[in-house]
Structures are given as C-alpha cells and as structure tokens.
Design a protein around this ligand. Sequence first.
Ligand code: NOJ
Length: 561
Amino acid sequence: MHTQQVGQHGRRPRWWRGAVGYEVYVRSFADTDDDGIGDLPGVRGRLSYLADLGVDVVWLTPVTPSPQRDHGYDVADYLGVEPAYGTLDDLQDVLDTAHGLGLRVLMDLVPNHTSDLHPWFLDACSGRDADHRDFYVWRDPAPDGGPPNNWVSHFGGPAWTFHAPTGQYYMHLFLPEQPDLNWAEPRVWDAFDDILTTWFERGVDGVRIDVAHSLVEDPQFRDNPLLDTPPQGSGGTGSVFDRFAHIHDLDQPGVVDIYRRWRRIADAHDAVLLGEVYVLDPTKLQRYVADDALHSAFAFDAIKVSWDAWEIRTTLGPYVAACDDRLSWPLSSHDDPHAAQRFGGGEVGARRALAYLTLLCALPGVPFLYQGDELGLDDAVLPDGVAEDPIAVRLGVRGRDPQRSPMPWDDGPALGFTTGTPWLPVGSNRTATDTVVAQQQTPGSHLDATTSLLSLRRRLPALTGDAPLEWVVEEGPVVAVTRGDEVLVALHVGDGEGDARLVLPEEARLLYATDPAAFLVEGELTLPEDVAVIVALDPVADPETAPEADPAPDGDIEEVP
Ligand code: NOJ
C-alpha cells in the first residue's frame, strides 16, 4: 500500500483541474455539407451533446489546411482552416458555441513537421541558400550517396528523402510528404510563438501538441542502435521502426526548452499545453510536465495495458507517483483501437471499457474519451481493400482506419453521419443499438452509464481535487484506489473465478456501479467480474449531501505557492 500526494502545482487555468476530455476526430464526427467528410459546422451542432455527456474539454484533430496525406497531420498553413472542414468563421462559431456551453476547446498543433506543400518547404526546396532552407533538416548524403544515417520513419522506409535539385537529403520521421522542421533554427521558434499567440487570441483554450517528444534531434545525427529484441506492445506499427532504440531521434534533452517558452505564452492567455509525449517511462515523462513546461501529457501506457489486474496496477501506479495530476489518461484515440476492442470486443469489451474508464476517472489528472467510447463502440469492420490511413497503405497492415470510422448518430443513411458517401464506411458490425439516439432512449445504455459516471465524478471533490491516492489492493483480480478517506473506486478485472468480495467500513455507500449486479450490504461489497464501482467511504463524500463542485469563472487561474 502506498499513498501518493496529489496536486502540488503551480499556475494553470482552474478549468483544467478535474476536467474530463473528449477527442473529436473531426473528419469522422458529423458532416453537414453532404461531402462525406465531417466538418466544423458538424462539430458545432453536436457540442450540446458533448456538454450533456459531461465532458469539459474538447480536443479537435487538425482542421488547418492540408493535402490530407496524413489526414491533417501534414499542415500547409498553421493559421487557416481546411476548406473541407469549413472556414475561420466556422471555427470561431465552434469556439463561441463551446464557450457558451461551458466547454473548452483544444486545437491540434503539429510542430514536428509540416506538409511538403507548406510555403516554407516549397521555398526551402528552391535552393541551398533559400530563405527557409534552415527551417528543415537537411544533410549531405553519406559517402556512398545513401541517407546520412540509419534513422527510419514511423511509417516505413528511411527517415530521409533525397532532393536531387539541391543534392541533399531532408529528414522526415513520418511520410516524405511530412518534412521535419528544424528546431535548431531560431526563426522556427519565433514562427511558433506567433502561431500559438494567434490561436490563443482567437479564443482557443489550449493545444494538444503532436509528437511532442520528437521535435529535437541529436546534433551529431548519430545512428540509432539496433535492438536485439524489439519491444512487444510498443505502440509502433510492428515495422522496422520498432527494431531500433530511438536514442538519437526521439526524446532529446533540449525538447523541453521549447515548452518552457510556450508555457509563458500559454499562461499569458490562460491556455493549456497538453503533449502527445509518446514516452512510455514515467520518470522520463516527468521531465515534460512541470510548472514551467507542459501542463499535462498523455500517459500512453494507459492505452496499452491488457485486461490484467497486475498489469493495470503496476503500469498506472508509477505514472501517478512520478507525475502527480499532470497526466491525461486516454481511454482510446484515433491512433489506437477503441478500448472496447482492446478489451475483447463486443459486449464484453464494452463492459470492460466502461469499468476501466471508471478507474481512470479516479486517478489524478484528466481522463480522455475518444469519440464513440461513450457508446461502448469497438472498431469498425471495414470491407477488404479499404485503406485510407498511410500506415495501412504503405505497410499493408490493419492501420488506424477501423477506429476512425464515422460516428453513428441515428438510424438514417450512414447512421446519421452524412447524407453523402462517408469517406470511410461506417462498419458492417454497427447496429441500431450503437447509435447515439438509440442509446439516449435506452435507460442503462452505455451512453447513459457514461453520462452518470461523468456527472458523479464532477460532484466528487475527492476525485477531482487534491485527495491523496492510495492503491489499496496489491494482489488478485481487483484493482482499487482510495482518494483520501472519502472515496474508493474498485475494478474487478475478470479472471474467470466469479464475484470478488471486499470488506469496507459499515457506513460505506455504493454511489455508482457499471453494472447493477454489484451490491454493498453492511460494509461487504460484492463485485462481479468486469465491473467497477465508486463507493463513498465517508458520508461526507456522498454527493447527495455534499454541494456540487462549482466550475470556476472564465480565466480564473489557480496558483499554488
Ligand atoms: C500523431 C498523430 O496522432 C497521428 O495520427 C499522426 O499520424 C502522427 N502524429 C504524425 O503527425
């Protein structure tokens, strides 16, 4: 048993504390102009749905102009809006409507690379002495004419492409159409200061920073060593990328200096910096999240754990210990299978995903749902031959399309996503019960249970505040934490052995269960497999007697000396 202190923080917007996040994959969320592609008016029209669900922060995947080689993660203009998604006015509408509903909006900032059609790169290619040449990473060929070192791209092949007209290679950790920016060039820093300032002045509440661990490279561009045994479940594509120890191209010391500078800009606008820091080591991740660096970073191991109590406990515990409440806990994302898929698919997977979300809601920091998680969706079954994701196209693997299929809203054409032809099929496994409307009309549906969970969390200061966290069961199939003396959250990670029993204080009261089969009588909790509960250990924690936590007014900053 170990207790972890929570909330030793500096300056940050108060609205971030205790928040719940929701990722909108804009392209697949809601289409209003019948072109089969989700758009900003579609997002605006569904914001009240998200407010009713009980989320606080909405992260929009990139909506800036892009040739869409990697669905927006190839930016051609950091300050505009992709015409397929709408206009700047549409974006302003999203922000205004969101704010009117008490929601905050994070934009996706992609600072590691641009599109090869960004004017900076077009200029950089015009000659070795071009004004923007140094905005990108150029190196001479190796003596044999090959790439300058052995670095490889996440998406297969070398991380270098030869540019014949100027006789040098440029670096790209992703597609050749996504050239890496050179963060050793001071003008790149200045350009991003301006980009961030512009967005924050437009009313954006923060940014999710794409591949936030990748911006800086080893100044000597040394080869990465080959691994003897590639790690399992590393989150890579199973490609050549996973065969290397990425000690020279990722997670380099200087990268946090960039966030120190951005933190000052963010603080001046009460905005939040949330990093996609794909570093699966809590002590290394800790470096990124500090009072003078990122406010928060995703703990991606939360999305990697299998349905195993020991693994869940021993994986998540060290993150809380190292990073306190400066983490965001992704349940799913557009890059990973939905939680329901990972935990077995179908009804079992959905049941487990809700139980796991209940545990994430008990951890300090910000739980993040991905669209469809609130419906218990697993991934879409797509027809053979559908491959939109560059990973699927280039590597011939499953890729990320199945988790990016359109959101099922109702029983209309394309399940209410579009009246046109959806850019990705909705999935042959989607049924009428998967849709938002069907679940809204069904008491006890996944949507109903998720809404109740988020509403309860909001009313439990022990879960959203500083109450210390303790992992109270160290062995067996139950994962349980307490927050202060007030609240216990327990999850039975099914092991096939039937109900678990926990002895609690007599006055303990069951506040929430992901399944009505859980019960608590005179201090004895009966917890069926794949079920999670929230229990008030002390009557003071019972929201029926405690007042609802009041969201802070706009721009309120929390400062802890
Ligand atoms: C991470 C994004 O989440 C992913 O979708 C994208 O392909 C890469 N970064 C490259 O930008």
